[in-house]
Write a protein that binds this ligand. Sequence first.
Ligand code: SF4
Length: 334
Amino acid sequence: MSRPRILSGMRPTGPLHLGNFLGALDNWVRLQDEYECFFTIVDWHALTTDYADPGPVRDNVLEVAADWLAAGLDPARSTLFVQSQVPEHAELHLLLSMVTPVSWLERVPSYKEQQQQLAERDLSTYGFLGYPLLQTADIVIYKADAVPVGEDQAPHVELTREIVRRFNHLYGPVFPEPRTLLTASPRIPGTDGRKMSKSYGNVVLLKDPPDVVREKIRPMVTDPARKRRVDPGDPEICPVFDLHKAFSTRDTQEWAAQGCRTAGIGCLDCKGALLDHLLHRLEEIHARRPEFASRPDTIWDVLRDGARRARAAAAATMEEVRAAMKVGYGSGGR
Ligand code: SF4
């Protein structure tokens, strides 16, 4: 029996950090056992916000792909590809735009939120408004049964379901309605205590070697009440403890919480224990990544092969879509 199919994507904004790892990648690696997986590096999506300064997209694609492979995404089991290498996504985006009311896109929460957050950029563009529709095309072109996402992306899957219903109502049942596969995303603070984000310059990268990880974690902000070793603290307001929750064993978490509240341990002891667990978790990635990074040709081969497989699936769907919308002319007409 064939496995249910999922699709998910990441923007090529550079090497991945711990937040990307725990919020998505680590989960994707596990999903490979259960699902037929399509994972895509969505370079067109990056342009919807970064069109004025696309940056080194090619290098960033390689960085993301090296992190994927080092973390355990397996090209023998999953289809790994770059979105723009499957141009059928753009054709489907265009055709879906014919049936999608503008008001549906305007009410997606991230539309207004991101315009406020990125106020220095002009996001009053057609491409930015339409990016959740491009996501819809990314998903349904593979007839995905489910989409693994964090809570913030759940409205996008809901929009996809609405568009699928409208399309199928107008033209007949072409697409399945994908379900949301909610990924628990633990709070991953950066080294300054704010959310881990490249734009804050507070990230720990998957590709950082152990020495660099230690250099970043040791000066990390803690509960400000612990000015001196003898001052007790509150682990629940300490960003280091958030990382303990994500990476340390239950025993170590209890040891840290108790030691913090009673001033039985110092913050450097606490960070040392966190580093032990964190570096242990990253061990395999640290072992595998330099090998992948040194072979960019191999990475491009993987992505090209993935795009070829993805195109075969996407092309089959597009045949159906064109026929349903009466713009399919068979092999003689196209
Ligand atoms: S002991 Fe640990 S949890 Fe407590 S403030 Fe220091 S680093 Fe944070």
